[in-house]
Design a protein around this ligand. Sequence first.
Ligand code: SF4
Ligand code: SF4
Length: 181
Amino acid sequence: MANNKNLAINLTTNDDHLDCFAAERCYQAFMKWLEENRAKSLSAANLRLKVCQQCGHCCMGIPCTVKPDEIKPIASYLGLECRELFNKYMVIDKYDDTNEFIRIAKEGQSDIVGSILPRLRRFDRGYCVFFNKNTRLCNIYPVRPAEAKDWNCWERQSPDEYNHSVFAWNKGQAIRFMEHK
Ligand code: SF4
Ligand code: SF4
């Protein structure tokens, strides 16, 4: 059982002063990095197949988002309470004024789990924390989010073709949800 300190949620962020040009530059560099890796990956799309090849590219850089009803099954699967799951492995991505996501953290983000994702940390590089580099499988595969089940890289050429907003939470909903868990 985690102690109370671990259960506290840090919902503050102080990166509002970051200038848009810096964010845009980071975004462009990040997308270039993703695109270069996508070109090299042995993905189903690159191999012109219609069956996942477990290359892991879709778990790199932009991990799955989760909807409210997906949190408890993942927590139960890992033997955690919902808030423990959030505080160990997830961040709130306040993407814009209307869309918020609960997103699984990337490797290297242990310092910000359980918090609002600082804007520029959205461009951290690395795999989803649940991607197993040895087996190249998802560590929560039986309870993986709908976004993972729906991805199917062979159906699109770029992440931009995918309507990620269907996984957004309403404004303030993610924070309220986690405050009451
Ligand atoms: S769905 Fe993801 S893991 Fe599977 S082949 Fe495509 S990019 Fe690779
Ligand atoms: S939850 Fe699983 S499928 Fe989704 S990004 Fe992480 S490792 Fe990949």
